[in-house]
Design a protein around this ligand. Sequence first.
Ligand code: KPL
Length: 348
Amino acid sequence: MHTMTDPEDNWLWIIGPGAIGRLLAASLMEARQRELCEHETSALPRVLLLGRQAMAGQAVVLDITTPESLTISVKINYSTTDTLQDSPPGKPFAIWLTTKAHGVPAVWQQLAPHITPETPVTCWQNGLSAQPWLTKRHANLLCASTTEGAWLPPETGANATPGADSTADEFQHLGVQHAGRGHTWLGAWQSDGDGDPDSQSHQAALVQCDWLKAAGFACEQTPDIQTRLWHKLAINAAINPLVARYRIRNGQLRDRPFAPMVRQAVEEISTVLDSEGIPAPREGWQALVEQVIRATANNRASMLQDVLAGRPTEVEAILGPLRLAAVRHGLALPLLDDLYCQLSTPQR
Ligand code: KPL
């Protein structure tokens, strides 16, 4: 395992208690507790989860339901991002940003006074808007791209005590369903492609990969995270706007009238990516997108869930970078532009 200094003093702040934030926080803390129990020592960091919403007390219990339908409950330190202003909870060793892309600028404003230029900050956002924005403000930037499937169950609002040893304290329970295991890639945002093994971001990516592996995730460090992020963006751009616009499950994209729309979307996306010099996947874009649709046929995709819940969508983070690149190369995106306009106006 790659070394880090005294883990007792090393806090990982996970900012954004959505599905991925909860999954990561619970899995890391569970692994840390197990290591402490078995070996009385752990190289894993302590986790502080930060969110906008105030909770009763300074901790929450994360109830994580595994893909095998087991429920594991883990107590996690919790603060609101507002408390950063008044009573900052110490200095973080590393930051993981797991908010939606459009939440990053506001969080950054609150966070920036508490970190040094050396603090590794890892972006877990979909799309490609938060990462270029942050790299102008912070040098030690890492990015993660994951195919772990996680979603939030409807909150019950129930407060309960987490275990026999906690008598008077009441903790708010936050659930997360780990729907399917996937793969995570982590890498330095600024990389010359050969991984620049001496850079602090590369070293941080190796350490954080070890954390994720210890927490049970399949993870690898990559010297080219930007290509990974473009590939994920391409898949998201081919599926999410269409299913959100027509309010259908992913599998319905195989039927008429949607199948030709998917083909057109993929055509538009791949033309932009070719012009940007992003290598195509081995099987080709059409085959890759069809494969993902098949594998996620029963899903209500994330953008559809946002539309149905009346939340802001990630349309800007996903389609915005493609539209900008299309302008740079003088390319037309008739279908994607139309979907962008429709999804950018408030949905009813
Ligand atoms: O990642 C996804 C999402 O829902 O955002 C896809 C690949 C579209 C699967 O649902």
